[in-house]
Design a protein around this ligand. Sequence first.
Ligand SMILES: Cc1cc2nc3c(=O)[nH]c(=O)nc-3n(C[C@H](O)[C@H](O)[C@H](O)COP(=O)(O)O)c2cc1C
Length: 192
Amino acid sequence: MKILAIAGSKNPEGKTSLCVMSFFLEIAKEHQCETILLTEKKLELCRQCDFNGWGLCRTEGRCVIEDDFEKIVNRIRKADAVVFFTPVYFGDMSESIKCFLDRLRRITRHPQGKNGIYEKPTIGVCVAGGGGGGAVSCCFFMERVLATCGFSVEDMIPCRRQNLSLKSSILTSTGKWFVQQLSLENPEGRNG
Ligand SMILES: Cc1cc2nc3c(=O)[nH]c(=O)nc-3n(C[C@H](O)[C@H](O)[C@H](O)COP(=O)(O)O)c2cc1C
């Protein structure tokens, strides 16, 4: 199985990245586990191209902006499953993951854009590493946008600084459970 983690943190050694590592801990040997740090990518804000607010996203299922967006979307298309990780900022997702998902939900209005996204198994993880508040509201916002994109949202996991060691072990178990489920549903994986 190919599992893609998409993380919206700036810090490759921070709490969000720790959660990615925990998720992959017991599955990385047998499965292809890859991580994209969105803050390392070139991602512009949606331009709301036309006066009606839409653009090529609506008519062709793609984005007019030539940056890393399409490459990331194609990596999602090739994966068997995706896990989105965000640090909690103001009880919500980080700006980089919001920017990416804002554009993804637009292109997935069109059948071409839905390709390889629709019903793809997905988990969301929201990491409140400051005071610890806002992880649940962040999960709420993230689940809504992931569902709008058409993903099959299998779980949302709120984590907070105070329970990070507990949640790390839950993430490791969830990673194992996730690939078991995927293997039951599709023993060959997407790429045979
Ligand atoms: C703009 C901003 C807003 C934040 N809002 C929250 C918050 O609502 N709740 C919380 O617990 N931590 C909050 N934090 C702290 C981050 O969640 C914390 O630093 C987190 O560990 C960052 O992830 P990282 O360790 O992967 O960098 C905020 C941090 C920033 C920069």
